[in-house]
Ligand binder design. Structure first.
Ligand code: ADP
Ligand code: MG
Length: 361
């Protein structure tokens, strides 16, 4: 009988599945648990097992309680704190970490007050539950802006930032407090949803240590253990933190193609207290999110492309897979991206062109 501790994951979406896949060669058993439609059965969790989560929030059920009340649920109190934008932004202010100016929207808040405090373009964001740009509402001063019904007390208001670009930092904090990071990732969004990422463009190198200092400060303050992602806006040489994710993150998927240790394996190592050497990046890599598109076997014809299909029902706007490409051979990867353009819908043309430009930069 196998007495090695198991890693249990709250949630069995694609992140849980990729944690399981990454843990397999390390001989670590991972159980990703469906907490949206939980079964009625008690989970056979042992006292020495370890619990993590692939999402910040979960419905309350016997199953989710069994996991979240286990003494080895790592980072237990951090999920609720970061799942709510109000305490998350308050923490950034407390730590003096630059973020878009903001305020809480209460019963006393009105549109003109928000515009005088935050400027002509104000973005309302639901405190909890938003993702992929959902749960957001722009107030633009010339557009008869109105706080939607029922949003008072449920959202924060942020200054619209005319950023140069969006970058993210993915890193890990180990139980002994040591922090290790991947190089910065450059991200391209469309309507609030991540479309493309590319790792470590040389022109971001000078921001690496600044970004690492910011995320170290955050993870140390929280006494966090595991992989965390920090999404930022780059404005000139400044980084403003947009949001934090206490988990593996979409903008770190390229590490599956480019690194000796992917972000998924890194999180597993941190959870199970396995050794973590310096993170070696073998290749600059890119990722294309597959959003609301049907599975296409032709993707498998593309040299250098690695498909991850999540086996989810395809719905418009839903992330159903991604393709990683290592880009050390520029011509080869650009050739693959140009072919991929012919296989994906119209709204992919501009983002793929963006990626090709970045590969050529
Ligand atoms: P989520 O990813 O959880 O949906 P985000 O806060 O990351 O929510 O917002 C999604 C996207 O919306 C960001 O990646 C960015 O493109 C845009 N965005 C968010 N906040 C601002 C802001 N203050 N100013 C301008 N654009 C923003
Ligand atoms: Mg985001």
């Amino acid at each position: 009988m196998n007495n090695k501790p198991k890693l249990w994951v709250l949630g069995n979406g694609q992140l849980g599945a990729m944690l399981k896949q990454a843990a397999n060669p390390l001989a670590v058993d991972v159980e990703a648990v469906d907490i949206v439609n939980p079964s009625n059965e008690q989970l056979p969790i042992k006292p020495t097992d370890i619990i993590t989560a692939e999402r910040e929030m979960w419905p309350i059920s016997e199953t989710s309680k069994q996991l979240s009340e286990h003494p080895n649920f790592i980072n237990r109190d951090i999920f609720a704190l970061l799942a709510d934008r109000y305490p998350q932004k308050s923490m950034l202010d407390r730590l003096n970490i630059a973020t878009a100016p903001w305020q809480l929207v209460t019963d006393e808040t009105n549109e003109s007050g928000l515009h005088s405090a935050l400027g002509d373009n104000v973005l309302l964001k639901r405190r909890t539950g938003g993702y992929d740009g959902k749960g957001q509402h722009w107030l633009r001063i010339n557009d008869n802006p109105q706080i939607p019904d029922e949003w008072n007390n449920e959202c924060i208001a942020e200054q619209g930032i005319p950023f140069d670009e969006e970058v993210s930092l993915v890193g890990v904090r180990l139980k002994n407090g040591r922090c290790v990071f991947y190089p910065l990732t450059l991200n391209h969004h469309q309507n609030g949803i991540l479309m493309m990422s590319i790792s470590s463009p040389p022109r971001l190198e000078h921001l690496q240590s600044k970004a690492e200092a910011m995320l170290s400060t955050i993870m140390n303050d929280l006494d966090y253990v595991g992989v965390m992602a920090m999404e930022c806006f780059r404005v000139g040489d400044k980084l403003l933190v947009n949001e934090l994710a206490p988990r593996v993150h979409n903008s770190g998927h390229w590490t599956q193609a480019g690194c000796a240790i992917s972000q998924f394996e890194l999180h597993v190592r941190a959870m199970m207290e396995l050794p973590v050497p310096e993170l070696k990046v073998n290749f600059q890599s890119a990722m294309v999110n597959l959003i609301g598109v049907d599975y296409d076997e032709h993707w498998l014809e593309l040299p250098n492309a690695e498909l991850y299909w999540y086996r989810k029902e395809v719905r418009s706007g839903r992330k159903v897979g991604h393709i990683n490409l290592s880009v050390q051979d520029k011509d080869l990867s650009i050739g693959s991206l140009n072919k991929l353009k012919t296989m994906l819908p119209e709204h992919y043309q501009a983002p793929i062109d963006w990626l090709i430009t970045e590969i050529n930069a």
